[in-house]
Design a protein. Structure first.
Length: 266
């Protein structure tokens, strides 16, 4: 549990810094934790990790979004039409994840991370965003894109930031704004996914750490949040001081690290 508290602090830092809601840290940590403590059968370990990640992201992303808005986030306006599409995608992705083997989810998690690292490293517009911000065109294309983002994010338990941050960067948004907005866009995905994951399987079962509701390990989620929330409160005060390019490089670096860890945990 002390390890979960420590990594909870890291999820709080990455929530504020990268808009992940903590998902990219939570999934490998809970996956490792379950493997060490046998809180779930081996074939459901990845499912429990993804489900617990979604529950943690609901809280982390809510607080980070509130903080970003209070600090003058000017990009939160105009996203209302996208939120329902993300929620629908969140439901679809979570439903699909519970219907496939955990090894499949694990493989997709690693493959998608590697593909994203290659994309943001090679294609122009991420490390150095365009000087002029271009708003989303809206309409059917944005709605379909929202469903797709929500589906992939909830399937992998990572919120929407892994897709939305690169998109927003290529539209000319700074890293501080792109990651702040990503937390808002993570909320409907995480909420919808949590409903599916919490109602999958027995309503409430005992685990080695305490209680599991559906696929969500409540004790693990609580320990991660206990570490994350103070970290969010501290980091939010200084995140704006990071140079934009260094911020973008750090985003890529974290994706590389998580991909390597999840590959090693196979």
């Amino acid at each position: 549990m002390a390890v979960l508290l420590l990594f909870g602090c890291i999820t709080g830092i990455t929530t504020v810094a990268f808009g992940f809601g903590g998902g990219f840290v939570t999934v490998p940590v809970v996956y490792w934790f379950i493997g060490r403590s046998a809180t779930a059968p081996a074939d459901t370990a990845m499912h429990v990790a993804v489900a617990t990640s979604a529950a943690v992201m609901v809280v982390n992303a809510t607080i980070a979004t509130y903080t970003y808005r209070r600090n003058g986030g000017r990009r939160l306006a105009g996203t209302a039409t996208l939120l329902p599409a993300l929620a629908i995608g969140g439901l679809l992705g979570a439903f699909l994840a519970t219907r496939v083997d955990g090894a499949v989810v694990h493989a997709f998690f690693v493959v998608y991370l590697v593909a994203t690292v290659v994309d943001v490293s090679v294609r122009r517009g991420f490390l150095a965003a365009p000087a002029t911000y271009r708003r989303s065109p809206g309409g059917a294309a944005t709605t379909i894109g929202g469903v797709a983002v929500g589906s992939v994010a909830s399937f992998l338990g990572v919120g929407g930031s892994v897709m939305t941050v690169p998109i927003l960067r290529r539209r000319g948004m700074s890293m501080i704004d792109a990651t702040g907005l990503a937390n808002l866009l993570t909320l409907p995905v995480a909420l919808a996914a949590s409903v599916i994951y919490a109602t999958t399987g027995p309503a409430a079962v005992a685990s080695a750490t305490g209680l599991r509701v559906g696929l969500v390990d409540v004790a693990a989620a609580g320990a991660l949040l206990a570490g994350a929330l103070p970290a969010i409160a501290i980091v939010r005060r200084s995140i704006g001081r990071i140079p934009d390019r260094a911020h973008a490089v750090g985003y890529i670096g974290l994706l590389v690290l998580v991909a390597a860890l999840m590959t090693a945990l196979r």
